[in-house]
Design a binder for this molecule. Structure first.
Ligand SMILES: NC(=O)c1ccc[n+]([C@@H]2O[C@H](COP(=O)([O-])OP(=O)(O)OC[C@H]3O[C@@H](n4cnc5c(N)ncnc54)[C@H](O)[C@@H]3O)[C@@H](O)[C@H]2O)c1
Length: 451
């Protein structure tokens, strides 16, 4: 019997107890995990895995020898056993061999976006639970395919959306759940991050950021692949950091759902101007590239329960980093830019208060319990929590806290926003990926101090 058949059998029985022949991860307190893609992000996630006593890093795959070597060095420095490795020969299909390695309890996918769907689908078909970096897929069809594979196999799938675990985001989640903002009316978020120094570099691995104007095969790390998406595509290319927290606040897929979407894209200027300024003229080939991605892409979503959500994708212009969160209800609001809230009846009239004034009362139990362990982890500690959630949910055989429906609904914003822009900023109906199950699905994300 294939491992996926056990999973299906377990699901059919509704059994979470340890059935004879249950998948290995169900019985183990220690998981054997693999990682495909050991680049800049993979290494951050790897560091979190290596800090854990309940994880053995059993396999690593990357087609870039320098990235693979760096990851192996991290394993050695942590004093852990060397994993099996794949891809050092540059074979872009080597991950398929990794998925055949016996005894894997899960795989983390941290490769370029175009690989996420095929890798996740094959892993799920092999019965290997998936922790997938954002995003879930590229085209809308790919999103349907990932969803179908998960539903068909029953293999756990989690989107590793770390911003849902950001400390202030989780404090606000507690405040939302406690009703401080009243009934939610409008939410905002986005990905507002100057990536010009990431989308271009010199191609020299020793100085990857802000170091040149190469991209594609001559670039390094994300410049090798991410920039190409700005050449070919026009839409909100990276929605999940902004929509994840908003969707959790609004109960999307759990009593609520997105019903409509539209996107507007501004003109594209930032990337071209950057290459001209950085290369000192217009002779470098990068300065002659036509970028399709509008510098600011603004997406609006309507929700069945009457909320609106505004998302902005802003990665090509000079600006300090900000997700631009705003959560507004009938009784007040939070904005992350000024780190402030206003709660009617509690805050002085028409005045802001620091969110920190609410932390003592509304700090999330996860942060209360694990803030010390999270100290030093990537992105202000949230990477500790997202890795921990995947591992702990797997060990407990619990549903993934950010599950396939979250992953698909959040990530499908990209192809839908591209379609909206391509069709003259048309408003589109948003598919119900849960096929009606959103009505009865209950919120599970971060309901206690477990995941
Ligand atoms: N959640 C976050 O905060 C966060 C932050 C950064 C990146 N990311 C996501 O992580 C993913 C990886 O981004 P990154 O910054 O590490 O990029 P990167 O380019 O540094 O790393 C990607 C790695 O994948 C490898 N790769 C490419 N094709 C492969 C294949 N066929 N088989 C095996 N390995 C292959 C590359 O050689 C590279 O080392 C992306 O999806 C990105 O969006 C998430």
């Amino acid at each position: 019997m294939q491992r996926r058949d056990f999973l299906l059998a377990g699901a059919a029985l509704g059994a979470s107890a340890l059935l004879p022949g249950a998948p290995a991860w169900a019985a183990r307190r220690r998981l054997r995990l693999a990682m495909i893609g050991t680049g800049m992000r993979g290494q951050v996630l790897l560091r979190e895995l290596l800090r854990r006593d309940d994880v053995e890093v059993a396999a690593l795959c990357d087609v870039e020898p320098i990235m693979l070597a760096r990851a192996l060095e991290m394993v050695a420095e942590a004093g852990k056993r060397a994993p099996r490795t794949y891809g050092e020969d540059g074979d872009a299909q080597a991950w398929r061999r990794l998925l055949q390695q016996r005894g894997l309890d899960g795989v983390i996918v941290a490769t370029p976006w175009e690989w996420h769907a095929p890798m996740a689908i094959e892993a799920m078909e092999a019965g290997i639970p998936v922790g997938c970096e954002v995003v879930a897929g590229v085209t809308l069809q790919e999103h349907w395919d990932v969803l179908a594979a998960q539903e068909r196999t029953g293999t756990p799938y989690m989107l590793l959306e770390n911003v849902c675990y950001r400390r202030d985001v989780m404090t606000v989640l507690q405040m939302v759940r406690a009703g401080l903002f009243g009934e939610l009316v409008h939410l905002q978020g986005g990905y507002q991050h100057d990536l010009r120094g990431v989308k271009f570099n010199s191609g020299d691995p020793s100085q990857p950021y802000d170091s040149g104007v190469e991209f594609g095969p001559k670039g390094w790390s994300e410049a090798r692949w991410r920039t190409e998406h700005s050449v070919r595509r026009n839409g909100d290319l990276y929605p999940s950091h902004g929509i994840g927290p908003c969707a959790m606040y609004a109960g999307i897929n759990r009593g609520n759902r997105f019903t409509h979407i539209n996107s507007f894209a501004s003109k594209a200027r930032g990337l071209h101007e950057y290459t001209v300024a950085r290369s000192g003229g217009t002779t470098h080939p990068s300065t002659r590239v036509q970028f399709r991605l509008g510098d600011i892409v603004t997406t609006t979503l309507a929700c069945e329960n009457g909320e609106t959500i505004l998302l902005q994708h802003d990665t090509s212009l000079p600006r300090p980093y900000s997700m631009g969160f705003r959560v507004q209800g009938t009784n007040g609001l939070w904005m992350d830019l000024n780190r402030s809230v206003h709660i009617e009846g509690r805050s002085p009239a028409h005045e802001w208060e620091a969110l920190t004034a609410y932390a003592a009362e509304y700090e999330h139990p996860l942060w209360r319990r694990h803030a010390d362990a999270a100290a030093g982890a990537g992105h202000g500690g949230m990477d500790y929590f997202v890795v921990r959630a995947f591992v702990e949910a797997l060990k407990a055989e619990a549903p993934m806290p950010i599950d396939i429906y979250d992953a698909i609904a959040w990530s499908a914003i990209t192809p839908l926003s591209e379609q909206s822009i391509a069709e003259g900023f048309r408003t589109l109906e948003f598919p119900d990926f849960t096929a009606g199950r959103y009505r009865s699905r209950k919120p599970i994300f971060a309901f206690d101090d477990r995941y």
